[in-house]
Design a protein around this ligand. Structure first.
Ligand SMILES: [Zn+2]
Length: 408
């Protein structure tokens, strides 16, 4: 664990402590045991200089990402999102030869395959060495390392500048993100575009949706704090939009600060909205703290009520957010819970920090449960359909964005 005193983005010595979700094991640390011995504090702080909300203590990324159990292709909802992203990235600027694209945090290469089809020569970077075989089978060119300025120098020498750099849900994930942004600056072609997507704290944290806080999310960005980070790295934002993925995300396009690509009205409008909502004030974050504490307490009570008769209850999905939910509310203390997840590598394991077993969809029949809690609430429609397809009838508690119970 690293316990940096200074802000990870701007280096200011002015971050203030906001709240703690207690101690939780790494959210992708699935094994047959609860892994509670590896629990780490999950404490959040905010810098009053650049307004970046960040973890107070930062785990070593080597422990989190070298053997990574989350696969992009495991979720149908995520694959659909990647297809929609690839459709927005069809090269429209003619360049000599084939345009070069770099994907940072390419996971199992699902997006790279799509980009390749749209005409890019695509390079990926991902530290997960367990994905190497998948990349080889797909014929993808991937560097299995962490992306930073040093790696960017190597890539610049070997592959030249990139017309497109894509980073989906990755630039919040490691403490050396500033070095990554500077590496992106070094690799972008003069009119090259960075397409990044991150969870949006003004949608998640500001609405009591605390389950995006986990050790892999070193940063909880707002557009205001992304803007500060981009500037510090010699980049500038040109477009921003809110998208639905991950329970509320930001899509930001950025270019080199010396690029002649024009800024769009979308970027200015969303930045101004942040100002109006007071995102750059301490009061905003004190409100986040109050909403988080209220949300945890309300959900703990809702779970206890829902599971009162001790009959078997299904937990749908064991994503990172589900692990946080189980550990930070009273869920982990409730007995007779059975989790269903699509990732085969998680089957036979328990949810980290708990004794809750994880299996496949056969668990609907083996338990005969007629109650379920939707941990993957960001894939609500597809998860509810699959539950019905697998023969479930009964009640489903949906914790967020608003707590409700639906009947199937
Ligand atoms: Zn700062």
């Amino acid at each position: 664990m690293n316990n940096p005193v200074r802000c990870l983005a701007c280096g200011s010595d002015k971050p203030f402590d906001l709240f703690s979700l207690g101690r939780i094991p790494p959210v992708n640390g699935f094994s047959a045991s609860s892994n509670s011995d590896n629990a780490l504090p999950l404490d959040v702080r905010v810098c009053v200089n650049c307004w970046l909300c960040q973890l107070k203590e930062v785990p070593d990324p080597e422990h989190l990402f070298r053997d990574y159990k989350h696969f992009s292709s495991a979720s149908k909802g995520n694959l659909q999102h990647l297809e929609s992203v690839a459709n927005t990235l069809v090269p429209d600027t003619p360049v000599a030869g084939q345009p070069m694209a770099l994907e940072i945090g390419c996971n199992d290469g699902s997006l790279m395959e799509l980009l390749r089809k749209t005409g890019y020569d695509c390079i990926g970077v991902d530290p997960a060495v367990n994905m190497q075989k998948i990349h080889e089978e797909k014929g993808l060119s991937v560097v299995h390392d962490f992306f930073d300025e040093r790696l960017a120098e190597d890539l610049l020498r070997s592959k030249g500048p990139f017309e497109l750099i894509v980073a989906l849900n990755v630039l919040a994930h490691f403490p050396t993100f500033m070095s990554a942004f500077k590496g992106i600056r070094a690799l972008l072609a003069p009119r090259g575009i960075l397409h990044l997507e991150v969870a949006d704290a003004t949608e998640t944290l500001a609405n009591g949706r605390f389950d995006t806080i986990y050790h892999e999310h070193v940063c909880n960005y707002t557009l205001t704090s992304i803007d500060a980070v981009l500037r510090l790295a010699g980049l500038r934002g040109i477009h921003a939009e809110k998208i639905d993925t991950q329970g509320g995300s930001l899509r930001v396009l950025a270019v080199r600060d010396d690029s002649d690509v024009e800024i769009r009205e979308t970027y200015r409008t969303l930045l101004e909205r942040d100002q109006t909502e007071g995102v750059n004030t301490k009061e905003f974050y004190l409100d986040v703290k109050a909403k988080t504490e209220a949300s945890i307490s309300n959900l703990t009570a809702a779970y206890a009520d829902f599971c009162l008769d001790e009959a078997p209850v299904l937990l749908l999905g064991a994503p990172a957010r589900g692990v946080v939910m189980c550990n930070s509310t009273g869920l982990r203390n409730i007995s007779n819970l059975h989790c269903i997840d699509d990732t085969p590598a998680k089957h036979g394991c328990v949810i980290p920090g708990t004794e809750i077993p994880v299996g496949g969809w056969e668990v609907v029949k083996t338990t005969g449960a007629n109650k379920a809690i939707l941990l993957s609430w960001n894939y609500r429609e597809s998860m509810l359909s699959r539950l019905a397809e697998n023969g479930f009838t009964g009640q489903v508690l949906i914790p967020l964005p608003e707590t409700e119970i639906v009947t199937i």
